[in-house]
Design a protein around this ligand. Structure first.
Ligand SMILES: [Zn+2]
Length: 763
């Protein structure tokens, strides 16, 4: 044990003494986008004319920062620009702040990336009204058109000037950087669209209008055209490695991630903190989503706010946990602060321990791929053409339910773009399609091949019920795998809505006689509906009332399906939504049936008028080749994201565990909400397994998290991969080894306590 402790100390000292500009594992001759693993950013304001550069040089050293993003041009210039309409920072005077910062970076071996803020100033709007978007009535707005002169002439002129004068390694941007997905009727858009399609611009958003659909696709192509143009500008002016990196967001509903990331050597993201709904675990999901497209050998980084709100400091545990969860998703840390001086000086300490730990443990955090048997699938076509005007309800909510269930119930997973099912098919045993409604024929065929080769499938909601443009198909394209069919005449559940506001009781929805065939716009959340488990066993619950005639007798030897593990004492669980009418094939076993809505008020009224139906809410099949399929027309995933009902989360995780034949690479016992992520390394440390465990026990609800509360101990079992014996287990945060026991291809050990996170290296 002493030797190991000494190793840690020696490593720490050596790392601290190393030059900040050199990454431990990366080759110094690699281009910047493969080498820089710790980023930092002071988002300079116009009030920073007296910036204390000396302090920030020290801070970069103390955080082992290797690359920095410096505000350079766009809305404000931090130097004297010769471009007409450029606006120099108010308090800069004659100071060339950008020049001083670039010089300091060069002296300290820090990579400089130029940040653009591509929002036109009032002066430019006045000079060039023709560059601005136009609404349908012909009125100019203050937003620059994505296809107009601001982004195609003015910004490129600035970038060329910056590239020549200050030689940045690359260019990034704030937020969307001028990309937009709204209709613009300016002269440029009108002509470009007409030239391309032969049509006038569509008059309004109308998803059923073929011209509007053409516009959506054309607009997406224009986003990529602008991206490519910006790369041409920066690489022509700054050299072949001077990429336009722009910025993305790393969320599942983002548009054009696939095409943008396929052309980017590194990913920069504006993804500064968690939302109350998606939690810290979303940052790990982001890493899986982004690396899933780019590959795990690329660097993905995202600005991580030390502030909040703008002028003050966020609680340190909130910022640090966001960083830990990013690292667990192989996202490189990037501290980010607004303004170079603050009256609230608490923020400077926040990043120090995280960045020091990152430096000391870099060898475990790169050159690795995730280990998981479950792959969850999303598609950008589905986001756009099925998500339509409510992508968060139609697409993200079901997705979020799954991610939250995986995290809460410790199911390791990877994220797969529907275009990449073939690429990842051999890595996972089970695909999850969360309400993946709009699918191309090729995607459907890829899923069918996956299952034909023995892969297992879990699908929910309207999966495969729509074509790639979001139009309803006559039946699920995957109906033969589900063993279930859409009933002709039922309207698809394309809509979604929160409980109705303005009613005295949000649960008081009269579903009408066709309660099982919710129509468009009628996919409610949190209404008073339930599902029944089969077979019914409640007569066997000894400690309970047994009213005569209410409880069906239990057949001798009656047993529940493994999906109902943990539900032994109940015959019904809450649902909250509605389900469509279906028919099922022979061999399809219906495990859950729908119980229609019952009154909530008054309490005397709250009893089931129809306690039992044959309306299918969940069904399972085992195919002749052994593949398992679970289909849930009931949207438990969306309900879980909304209501956080543990029964829903447990049901989802049980379903995926059964489908995967219980083949998960990891089992962790001990109370607490622990986000668990597993990797196996390649290259120099080939075979080594790395487990990240983040303690979200007190961090599952609203931000900010203001305290770390230690939990543990945990009994951990990890399946050993090729080239790893499991003889040595090191806890990289506690800084100590753990006793390991190896048997039958698994290693078992105890993690005594987890405060923020623990990372375990297994060799
Ligand atoms: Zn336009």
């Amino acid at each position: 044990m002493k030797t190991t402790r000494r190793e840690f100390v020696v490593l720490g000292a050596a790392a601290a003494a190393s030059v900040a500009g050199q990454a431990q594992g990366a080759n110094v001759t690699d281009p910047w986008y493969r080498r820089v693993r710790r980023w930092g950013q002071v988002n300079i304001t116009e009030d920073d004319g007296n910036m204390d550069i000396g302090f920030w040089r020290r801070y970069m050293k103390d955080t082992y920062t290797q690359g920095t993003i410096i505000n350079s041009g766009g809305v404000v210039n931090y130097y004297d620009s010769r471009i007409p309409g450029a606006h120099k920072g108010l308090t800069l005077g004659n100071r060339d702040l950008l020049g001083e910062l670039v010089k300091a970076c060069a002296e300290d071996g820090i990579v400089y990336v130029a940040r653009m803020t591509n929002t036109p100033t009032d002066e430019i709007i006045k000079m060039h009204p023709e560059w601005m978007c136009q609404d349908a009535a012909g009125k100019r707005t203050n937003r620059a058109c994505m296809n107009g002169g601001y982004l195609y002439e003015w910004v490129p002129a600035q970038m060329k000037e910056i590239a020549v004068r200050y030689k940045p390694a690359g260019f990034a941007v704030n937020g969307g950087g001028g990309l937009n997905y709204q209709l613009c009727y300016c002269q440029v858009c009108t002509k470009l669209f007409k030239d391309k399609t032969g049509h006038d611009l569509p008059g309004a958003v109308n998803w059923k209008d073929p011209v509007y659909r053409d516009w959506v696709k054309w607009n997406a192509d224009q986003v990529i055209a602008l991206w490519d143009f910006q790369n041409k500008v920066t690489r022509t002016a700054g050299g072949p490695d001077c990429y336009w990196i722009g910025m993305t967001r790393g969320v599942v509903t983002e548009r054009n991630m696939l095409r943008i990331l396929e052309r980017s050597p590194v990913s920069f993201q504006d993804h500064q903190n968690r939302s109350d709904a998606s939690g810290f675990q979303q940052f790990t999901e982001d890493g899986k989503l982004t690396h899933g497209i780019m590959g795990w050998d690329k660097i993905v980084t995202a600005s991580q706010a030390l502030y909040g709100p703008r002028m003050t400091t966020k609680a340190a545990p909130e910022s640090q946990m966001w960083m830990y969860e990013g690292i667990a998703g192989s996202i490189s840390p990037w501290w980010h602060t607004i303004s170079a001086h603050h009256h609230d000086k608490r923020r400077y300490e926040t990043a120090l321990p995280v960045f020091k730990w990152h430096l000391e443990n870099e060898q475990y955090l790169y050159d690795r791929t995730p280990v998981a048997t479950i792959g969850i699938v999303y598609s950008e076509d589905n986001n756009v053409f099925y998500g339509r005007d409510d992508v968060s309800g139609n697409v993200e909510a079901p997705w979020r339910g799954w991610i939250n269930s995986f995290t809460r119930y410790r199911v390791p997973y990877i994220v797969i773009n529907a275009e990449h099912i073939e690429r990842y098919a051999h890595k996972v045993s089970t695909l999850v399609l969360p309400n993946l409604a709009a699918m191309t024929d090729a995607q459907v065929a890829a899923v069918k091949r996956f299952v034909a080769n023995g892969g297992n499938l879990v699908a929910t909601g309207d999966t495969s019920l729509h074509d790639p443009l979001g139009d309803a198909r006559p039946d699920y394209a995957l109906a033969d795998l589900f063993g279930a069919h859409w009933v002709s005449g039922s309207r698809p559940n394309t809509g979604y809505r929160a409980p109705i506001s303005g009613r005295s009781n949000p649960f008081d929805i009269d579903p009408g006689p066709g309660f099982a065939t919710a129509g468009e716009g009628e996919r409610p959340l949190g209404i008073n509906t339930y599902v029944r488990l089969t077979p019914e066993l409640r007569a066997h619950v000894a400690y309970s009332p047994h009213p005569k005639g209410d409880e069906p007798p239990v057949a001798p030897g009656a047993a529940r399906h493994p999906i109902f593990h943990g539900f032994d004492k109940t015959d019904a669980i809450y649902f909250g939504g509605v389900v469509p009418k279906l028919t099922t094939d022979a061999g399809t076993e219906v495990l859950l049936t729908f119980i229609p809505v019952a009154p909530v008020l008054q309490a005397e009224n709250a009893w089931w008028r129809t306690p039992k139906t044959d309306i299918q809410a969940m069904m399972v099949r085992t195919l002749p080749n052994g593949a398992r399929v679970v289909f849930m027309p009931a949207d438990f995933d969306r309900q879980y994201a909304s209501g956080n009902n543990p029964d829903h989360g447990i049901l989802l995780s049980n379903a995926v565990r059964w489908a995967a034949k219980e083949d998960l690479p990891l089992a962790i016992e001990g109370p607490g909400y622990m986000d668990c992520n597993l990797y196996q390394q390649t290259g120099q440390y080939s075979g080594r397994i790395v487990l990240h465990v983040a303690n979200l026990t007190y961090a599952t609800f609203r931000a900010p998290m203001d305290e770390f509360v230690p939990v543990g101990p945990f009994k951990v079992r990890v399946k050993l991969g090729k080239g790893v014996t499991g003889q040595t287990v090191k806890l990289l945060v506690a800084g100590q080894p753990a006793q390991s026991h190896v048997s039958n291809g698994w290693v078992e050990f105890v993690v005594p306590s987890v405060t923020g996170h623990e990372v375990v290296a297994i060799t």
